[in-house]
Write a new protein. Structure first.
Length: 544
């Protein structure tokens, strides 16, 4: 039995989740459900990033404290993830005392191991607001691509920046040009890890192409030492005398959440976090699931911190998606050009949301969400293909077979196809190719509908009762196994099928429904969405 660690990205608790962010998080739950069905030991953790500068910015705009903002959106995130069927073993938050303790311990460990050093530097300071500015409070022109960028990273070209790198700097709070003022901070000697990280990246397998390319670019450019403390009033305290009033820099603190959440889970649930983190014992596979903008923090910075601490398992699989647009344009929260997850959940089936984002999301290349495609996807693929096959098979049993599964035989070609389906879909899920896995499964769904049409059980019922029994028995066999292989993607619908057929919890091996079993509580898996919704939803965009 392998130990599978899955770390999902930590969304900033400064506003509601939109679809683009959700698309980068969903693969983590698919992986967790798949490996649990296989019988592996899984630890799946994440949480809300409550210390990120976006939280402080939002709090400043609303005139409230950052913890008020963090509380509001953390609760909302928990509700959304529950309604979407996420199966985190722990979803926590970075302002939890356990997280603070683990981050401070790691800091002192790095210091003791000689990987941190003190340095007096010039930091951006706003004379108008009388404060040192966090990197995200500084905006200007990216020196690499010339686009408008923040002082931590350019969203346009993914270059990691310091505020001093920006051209034409301004303060995000007041719009005035900041000055430079000297202050003392601790730095991580990241440059000393250059060769070790280059060897690590060269050996890496199971990384998405964007992770490989971006990591090689950073290594080629040469790693620079980076500050790990900042002059802030919101975050994890630096655990050293003389550094009162300074906090841990969020880029080192937030990634530590994977370890702190694992330790918190162990403390609260009585689990064994070491089995998922310490090398030299049991087999470990560690997945990290996030968006393209988070690649360097998971392939450079987090591995460097783990190497510096010593004895902790490095990331194995980097599942980093590309960007998603909305109706052909970039998401813009300021212009209302977004689809918020709470709104979507209030109107649409969670499996419809999961299916569209997994089948059409930005897994390997940028993708687009359009209301037309979303509604056609639901009506055509979920309702028209999958739901239709399940409903017409089980409704046939309910109407003509007294609601019980008939005795019959499964054709050899379908037995073989189902065995191959588990193997092929499983390999694709494990490699992070979820879109290909779904395509493989839905090819079987379409083949099952074709089998039903060609066998014509409604005619066999009158002319060849034995042949009809075989057809329906085979179709029930197919449905039961579709409920297994689609469970990671469509958990709510598959749970309903488990109720219809009184199935055991999902497993990753073929199952057979015995003859004589009664169909229970049968109802439609999906309802049709009227096409008029397309125009209604499209007109709503940008109007809020």
């Amino acid at each position: 039995m392998a130990n599978v660690f899955i770390g999902g990205a930590w969304p900033y608790a400064n506003g509601s989740l939109h679809l683009g962010r959700l698309a980068s998080l969903l693969p983590g739950d698919v992986l967790a459900r798949y490996y649990r069905a296989k019988g592996e030991r899984v630890l799946y953790v994440s949480g809300s990033d409550c210390h990120g500068t976006p939280v402080a910015v939002q709090a400043n705009q609303e005139g409230v404290t950052p913890d008020r903002i963090a509380d509001r959106y953390h609760r909302e995130f928990l509700d959304c993830f529950e309604r979407l069927g996420f199966t985190y073993d722990l979803y926590t938050r970075t302002d939890h005392r356990f997280h603070h303790q683990v981050v401070q311990e790691l800091f002192l460990n790095l210091l003791e191991n000689g990987h941190l050093y003190k340095k007096t530097v010039s930091q951006t300071y706003c004379e108008t607001d009388e404060r040192f500015l966090p990197d995200r409070y500084v905006e200007g022109e990216c020196p690499v691509c010339g686009q408008r960028a923040r002082g931590d990273q350019c969203e346009a070209c993914s270059t990691i920046l310091d505020p001093a790198d920006l051209i034409g700097k301004t303060c995000k709070l007041c719009g005035n040009p900041p000055i430079e003022r000297e202050t003392e901070h601790y730095y991580l000697a990241l440059s000393r890890f250059q060769e070790a990280l280059a060897r690590y990246a060269e050996r890496a397998q199971g990384w998405k192409d964007n992770a490989v390319q971006l990591t090689q670019r950073y290594l080629k450019e040469g790693l620079r030492d980076r500050a790990v403390t900042r002059d802030l009033d919101w975050g994890v305290d630096v655990p050293l005398d003389g550094f009162e009033g300074k906090k841990m820099y969020v880029w080192i603190e937030a990634v530590c959440g994977y370890l702190s959440a694992s330790k918190q889970w162990a403390a609260e649930a009585g689990g064994d976090w070491e089995s998922f983190w310490t090398d030299g014992g049991e087999e470990i596979t560690a997945y990290y699931v996030h968006g393209k903008d988070n690649v360097p923090f998971h392939t450079i910075i987090w591995p460097a911190l783990l190497l510096g601490a010593g004895g902790l398992h490095l990331p194995d699989r980097i599942v980093s998606c590309e960007y998603m647009t909305l109706e052909g344009k970039k998401f813009s929260t300021s212009r209302g050009w977004a689809v918020w997850v709470p709104y979507l959940l209030s109107r649409y089936h969670p499996d419809s949301i999961r299916y569209f984002l997994l089948a059409n999301g930005p897994e390997k290349r940028d993708s687009d969400f359009s209301w037309r495609e979303f509604i056609h996807s639901h009506n055509g693929e979920l309702l028209g293909a999958f739901g239709n096959f399940v409903n017409r098979t089980l409704a046939f049993i309910a109407k003509l077979m007294e609601g019980t599964v008939p005795a019959g035989q499964v054709p050899a070609d379908w037995s073989g196809r189902i065995e191959s389906l588990y193997r092929e879909a499983g390999e694709r899920i494990g490699s992070g190719n979820l879109k290909e896995a779904l395509e493989t499964i839905f090819a079987a769904v379409r083949a099952a509908n074709k089998y039903y049409d060609e066998r014509k059980p409604w005619a066999e019922w009158k002319e060849n009762r034995s042949g009809c029994n075989d057809t329906i028995f085979a179709c029930v066999f197919i449905i039961a196994n579709l409920a297994n292989v689609l469970q990671p993607f469509l958990p709510f619908s598959c749970d309903r099928i488990r109720t219809f057929l009184s199935l055991e919890p999902p497993s990753w091996e073929p199952v057979t429904v015995p003859a004589g079993r009664t169909i229970r509580d049968l109802s439609h898996l999906f309802e049709r969405i009227e096409p008029g919704r397309i125009e209604e939803e499209t007109l709503r965009l940008g109007s809020l």
